[in-house]
Design a protein around this ligand. Sequence first.
Ligand SMILES: [Zn+2]
Length: 174
Amino acid sequence: MLDEKNFLPLSEFNQLRQELLELCNKLLAFLQSLDPNIAIISVRIGDPLFSNNGAVTIPLNPKDKGVIFHEVGHALFAKSVFHLDRNDCWGESFAEAIRWLMEKEYLKNTDWLLNEFEKDKTKHGHDKEKAERILRRSGHSVDGFKRYWRQLIADYNTTDAKRKATFLDDTITG
Ligand SMILES: [Zn+2]
């Protein structure tokens, strides 16, 4: 739970600020159910950014509330064992997948991800394609994502070399 004094301080958009704080705390509860050590120290106004120390900035845009989910969502991958080993190559994709799941749950907004990666073939589009892959493996559900994440951790920690080798493999589709 993020203390209100650290969430968009001095913001004049009080209703939007309140709504974003509630969305942020719903996401934090979800992330902390997967990793109790996750903490966000502050959310301030700025370009969309997550810092590894847990400081987040977002633009204050009533048409893009989901940005809070993406930036705060970065905390899960960034705090995980995967971030150290993989140099964040899946970080963007997990942030997008988390955003999609939270938007589906709390904003009833689900169409954007598929549409966007279909038309965007750049690195950005590739991140979105991988996000869609994460969602497929999660059955496009919050509970499925929890199972998938815990499975990834188990696969990472396994001594079975074959399972370990397939962990988050970029070349594996489906
Ligand atoms: Zn990002």
